[in-house]
Design a protein around this ligand. Sequence first.
Ligand code: COA
Length: 335
Amino acid sequence: MKRQSFISGVGYNLPDKIMRNEELSNYMDTSDEWISERSGIKERRVVEKLKESGVGPAELSIPAVQNALDRANLNKEDIDLIIFSTAMPDYFLPGSGCLLQEKMGFPMIGALDIRVQCAGFIYGLSVADQFIKSGTYDNVLLVCSEVQSTTIDYSNRGRDVAVLFGDGAGAVVVSATSESKGILSHHLHSEGKYAKELWIETPSAQMYPRLTNELVDEGRHHLKMNGREVFKQAVKRFPEVILECLNHNNIDAEEIDLFLPHQANIRINNMVQKKLGLRDDQVFNNIQKYGNTTSATIPILLGEAYESGRIKEGNLVLMAAFGSGFTWGASLMRW
Ligand code: COA
């Protein structure tokens, strides 16, 4: 039987602090009505913001990783490689994967950080899949963790972005199997001409010094977004890459048991669902509770789908994401 890779364990972790739309309206001119109508979001989770020694993505991911390991019935010693996806690394360098290796006491295995923003889970899964299918490794840990609240401008200047994003972490263990299940295909894309439509400009290696008080005063260290352009491209690229994936596997949209879309805006997801003709029972969203947690959205969704019994053995699961870069992609798997 052919060597396949499958998700043997999934876990997630969210900070305890809940920031409701009503709270945001204390800091900027916004309202629960505007945010709910435009994005579907009611609340998001945020870490406590401390000047020193706060929680970064490596720390936030620890319970998610432990959960994924427990569900996979594996120990840290069984893991051959850590892939860490984050758009918001603890430091410019070294990578958050190295920090996690030390914090959790993993053996001295490889730790590879990837920076593909919202598409990080899809890209990371494709990398894990290659290591497993080639026979190089048996168990790869894929962690997606984002602490975004520390880059958000919680003032009128940043209100278009501030209301959308939240903190969170998800993790999966990708393992080898000879059964006929697991990851079927990946479809990855990028279009760098849109790099500045969703970006954090500084600190930048193009500047000397990389960060100045002036840059901070101008707010150029905050996450910035051209919401309309992102929206326009997202509703085009999602259906495109999903159809590419379905055609590649010779599958009709109605055969999908569960679609786990990236959680950026419920209006985007509703439009994609409509374009593909998917029924409500085929699609799972949780943006209402967590906002956009960038690369962590899909593993968090997967974790909740697993816990609630929404995902069952043998189910055909489609995942797709789009974000900064622009980068986007889709994966299909048999659970
Ligand atoms: N509260 C109230 N008003 C706000 C606001 C907020 N938080 N943010 C922006 N506005 C205002 C704007 O200033 C604008 O005012 P104006 O008409 O006087 O200029 C008005 O609301 C409409 O803004 P617009 O940008 O047209 O709204 P929109 O319907 O496009 O919705 C987004 C804005 C950001 C919700 C939407 O563009 C979006 O979701 N884009 C994609 C985001 C995304 O997916 N990002 C992540 C990708 S991974």
